[in-house]
Design a protein around this ligand. Structure first.
Ligand code: F6P
Length: 343
């Protein structure tokens, strides 16, 4: 069976181990796994490998960040011509199944193609951890580790200079990265997209903290919405209709507001793509590998329209169409974190 594999959306650590797991298990079943380059763009434009992936190709991928198959935010459904080209290339290259590794957008395309009668399987990835129906997406744990290391580093400057330091992290409209980085990094306040920030309460608390230890750390999710901050200042929309949040620079606005209200010297740092780079964590290597293995088993069994997912310690299969919904941090988790940032 000829199977096309692609990675779409923002790269993250774990994509390569997942590709490796899929190819390795696919070989057990005699699958011919062919790389489609640059996400869905590869199917729109026919950027497809001429030979199937081999053990030698994928063997070293276990420790490599990014994606060997390259990525893009191309949406074939954005234009009728692109969609027609996608369908034509699926026929031309003889793909009997497609495996897409991605988040809500990439898997949303896989789900729509499945509804059109094309055999697809999805594998959940994103550093944002905001995909429904899986306990974790790979990429999240690695990104979180980077965030915590960075917080520990900027704490040195915050302490040495008696400053407030605001650390802006990614996560789009979900605060999983910010919440967990804030807890693990010992932040004094965490700003999340899930809540309307109370800047007055934050500043009063930072003054208390500052009086006690002489510095303070704030973690701000890029998707936190501040009254007065110009959310429209972000970059343009991608082909899935998402605004780039990095240009909003919520961390800058937060830092300026803290300094204005408290008169404590304040700096901010935007971690940006540093969070998505580097070797996958051990957790992500194992999770991604297992998801890749199970996706190959789905293909072998002809169980299409599914996304493989982590539930507890088990890899399960869920309907793709149910999984392609973004989720946010549950209120209970936010309440837990609040007990650490109200002292
Ligand atoms: O979805 C992953 C993510 O890193 C988000 O956290 C962030 O908002 C976005 O991608 C950035 O996208 P790009 O790399 O296209 O600027």
């Amino acid at each position: 069976m000829k199977v096309g594999i692609l990675t779409g959306g923002g790269d993250c650590p774990g994509l390569n181990p997942a590709i490796r797991g899929f190819v390795m298990r696919g070989l057990d079943f005699g699958l011919h796994v062919t790389g489609i380059r640059q996400g869905w763009r590869g199917l729109v434009q026919g950027i497809v490998d001429s030979e199937p992936l081999t053990v030698a190709d994928v063997e070293p991928l276990i420790w490599q960040g990014g994606t060997a198959l390259l990525s893009s935010r191309t949406n074939p459904y954005a234009s009728p011509a692109d969609l027609e080209a996608t369908r034509a290339n699926i026929r031309k290259y003889g793909f009997e199944a497609l495996v897409a590794l991605g988040g809500e957008d990439t898997l949303g395309v896989a789900s729509r193609l499945f509804d059109e009668g094309i055999n697809t399987v999805g594998v959940p990835k994103t550093m944002d951890n905001d995909l429904d129906k899986t306990d974790y997406t790979f990429g999240f744990d690695s990104a979180l580790g980077v965030c915590v290391e960075c917080i520990d580093r900027v704490r040195d400057t915050a302490r040495s200079h008696r400053r407030v330091l605001v650390v802006e992290v990614m996560g789009r409209h979900a605060g999983f990265v910010a919440l967990n980085a804030g807890i693990a990094g010992g932040a004094d306040w965490i700003l999340l997209p899930e809540e309307t920030p109370d800047i007055g309460a934050m500043c009063r608390h930072l003054e208390t903290v500052y009086a006690r230890k002489g510095y303070a750390i704030v973690v701000a999710s890029e998707g936190a919405v501040l009254a007065g901050a110009d959310a429209g200042a972000g970059g343009g929309l991608d082909s899935f209709g998402h605004q780039s949040l990095s240009a909003v620079e919520v961390g800058r606005t937060v830092a300026a507001e803290i300094e204005r209200r408290t008169e404590i010297e304040t700096r901010h740092v935007v971690l940006g793509h540093i969070q998505r780079g580097g070797a996958p964590s051990a957790f992500d290597r194992v999770l991604a590998t297992r998801l890749g293995i199970h996706a190959a088993e789905c293909v072998h069994e002809g169980d299409f329209g599914k996304m493989v997912a982590l539930r507890g310690n088990a890899i399960i299969r869920v309907e793709l169409r149910d999984a392609v919904r973004a989720r946010q941090v549950p209120t209970k988790l936010i309440a837990e974190a609040r007990t650490l940032t109200n002292k």
